[in-house]
Write a protein that binds this ligand. Structure first.
Ligand SMILES: C[S@@+](CC[C@H](N)C(=O)[O-])C[C@H]1O[C@@H](n2cnc3c(N)ncnc32)[C@H](O)[C@@H]1O
Length: 497
């Protein structure tokens, strides 16, 4: 330890780092890290370099030593021992410090999650599998004790009030329920810490069957010089071309160029000021080619892209996105409880929040519940109701200005949920799963599996079926949320949600 930058003070505090935190012995916990002065929320408190152990070193030696109590999981499977203050933060169920791993600099960064008073202990959350009996889980009264001990020369009264309010902030309640929500917003969360499980669609070999086609609308462009204008038009036409993103837009055969228009039921309406043929339908491949051989064969239908199958990789989730999803689940549960309390409807609720990353996609969130009882209409399921709400809203919205001479957004595409996520209390039934597939929704999260009626893995898995022209991701939410008793919204297994 020679040369370690500690400065011993007369009261045995050891002061180091720029926030001047100190280390002090606490009964039943060993040493802990304390704030010397008030620290605002979201302050980097400490950056500790790490010593990294290979997985092997850790498995063979490290885990049988005291070091095991001090190591952190590194992202690539190695174990890290934080140097400096990093190894001395104790555990709390209500941490006031979060940490993020900086693999580029081989260090761990510790950040305050809320305003911290002088002399308050700084704690992180170790996880749920503790190897010791934790002491010192803060109670309501503890924050008052800390406040009384404040050095008033360093803090004005408002700072103290801020601290009290921070404790009542819904976000801190959220952090308390699910500690993974506390920390730096842009950290990518480990897959095993996510409060939901992805359902992997087991796509069968038919993926590669070259005869798997879907009918698509195409139009011949007699004059080459119109191709660029038509591609531009297609981009802002509102035609749902994304489902066919594995196909090239233009096919050239001898003198003729043909434009792919989409797979809508009705023929698309084309700009009137460009000399074009009449749209007609062609069978086009449902999926990209996985091999050179299938590429060759698929190209005989329509030029297709080659996309060799990669190992299924789930999307990376940042903490910011996780909080967005967590809030959506809470909205869902709250609504479901209210429905149960106030009406005779089934407690099934579907919610389409504003798009997480594309403000222009949907400017507000939509929620709908099941209304089959009140309407005496067996098809008024929550998922169908919410799709309809989105479509009704879009119809009333002014269409953004388009280039002169080009048509406005196509009628009949307002129901599309392309790029959006749907949260639903219960696994959607087969009918709703098909409607969701039709809507081109990006992902579906559900809370309760419906093994006897569900269409997202329960009794069938609609987006994994052979020949469908869209696939959406499915995730089953398993984390805790704070909207009350869950059993209120459970459903008899034979009901189709
Ligand atoms: C990373 S070290 C933290 C620093 C440690 N207190 C020390 O003096 O070296 C982890 C160890 O601290 C102790 N510890 C941490 N949080 C605790 C808590 N809430 N209650 C009791 N012991 C705790 C446990 O013995 C644990 O193995």
């Amino acid at each position: 330890m020679a040369g370690f930058p500690f400065t011993a003070t007369t009261d045995h505090r050891i002061t180091l780092n720029r926030e001047q935190c100190y280390v002090k012995e606490i009964q039943d916990k060993g040493r802990g890290v304390f704030a010397s002065r008030a620290i605002p929320a979201q302050t980097v408190i400490e950056t500790s370099p790490v010593l990294l152990f290979t997985k092997d070193e850790y498995e063979t030696h490290g885990k049988y030593t005291l070091l095991d109590h001090y190591t952190f999981n590194w992202r690539d499977g190695r174990m890290a021992l934080a140097l400096g203050l990093g190894s001395l933060f104790n555990h709390s169920e209500r941490p006031n410090v979060s940490y993020s791993i900086d693999t580029a600099r081989d260090c761990i960064i510790y950040t305050s999650t809320r305003a911290i008073c002088a002399d308050e202990e700084l704690c992180i959350f170790y996880g749920h599998n503790l190897w010791f009996d934790p002491v010192g889980v803060p109670k309501e009264s503890d924050s008052r004790v800390v406040l009384e001990a404040l050095d008033q020369t360093m803090l004005d009264g408002w700072d103290c009030l801020t601290n009290i309010q921070e404790d009542q902030d819904p976000h801190s309640a959220r952090d308390h329920l699910m500690p993974v929500l506390s920390g730096a917003m842009d950290d990518v969360i480990n897959e095993n810490e996510l409060p939901f499980a992805w359902k992997k669609l087991s796509l069968d070999k038919e993926e590669e069957e070259i005869t798997s086609t879907v009918q698509a609308w195409v139009v011949d462009i007699p004059d080459q010089k119109h191709i660029t204008a038509m591609l531009k038009w297609l981009k802002c036409s509102g035609l749902d071309i994304e489902a066919l993103s594995h196909l090239k837009r233009i096919r050239r055969q001898e003198q003729t160029s043909t434009l792919l228009l989409g797979s809508s039921l009705r023929p698309p309406v084309l700009p009137s000021n460009v000399a074009l043929g009449t749209p007609y339908q062609l069978p086009v491949p449902c999926n990209p080619a996985l091999t050179q051989t299938s590429l060759h064969l698929k190209n005989t239908f329509w030029p297709t892209i080659l996309a060799p199958r990669r190992k299924w990789e789930p999307e990376k989730w940042t903490r910011r996105k996780l909080i967005w999803a967590h809030d959506a689940v809470n909205v869902l549960k709250k609504e479901s409880h209210e429905i149960t309390a106030s009406s005779g409807e089934l407690p099934i609720v579907a919610y389409v929040p504003k798009s997480y990353d594309d403000e222009n996609n949907l400017s507000q969130s939509f929620i709908a519940h099941d209304t089959r009882t009140s309407t005496r209409h067996p098809l008024r399921h929550a998922a169908l109701n919410v799709i309809r709400k989105v479509a009704d809203f879009r119809v009333t919205q002014p269409t953004p200005p388009r280039e002169e001479g080009l048509t406005q957004i196509q009628n009949g595409t307002q129901y599309l949920l392309t790029g959006l996520s749907l949260f639903i209390t219960h696994e959607p039934c087969i009918m709703c799963s098909m409607a969701l597939l039709h809507s081109r929704v990006k992902e579906v999260f559900y809370l309760y599996p419906m093994p006897k009626t569900g269409g997202c893995g329960g009794t069938a898995c609609i987006p994994a079926l052979k020949g469908v022209n869209h696939r959406f991701t499915i995730a089953i939410w398993k984390g805790d949320c704070d909207a009350g008793e869950d059993d209120i919204i459970s459903l008899a297994s034979e009901i189709d949600a």
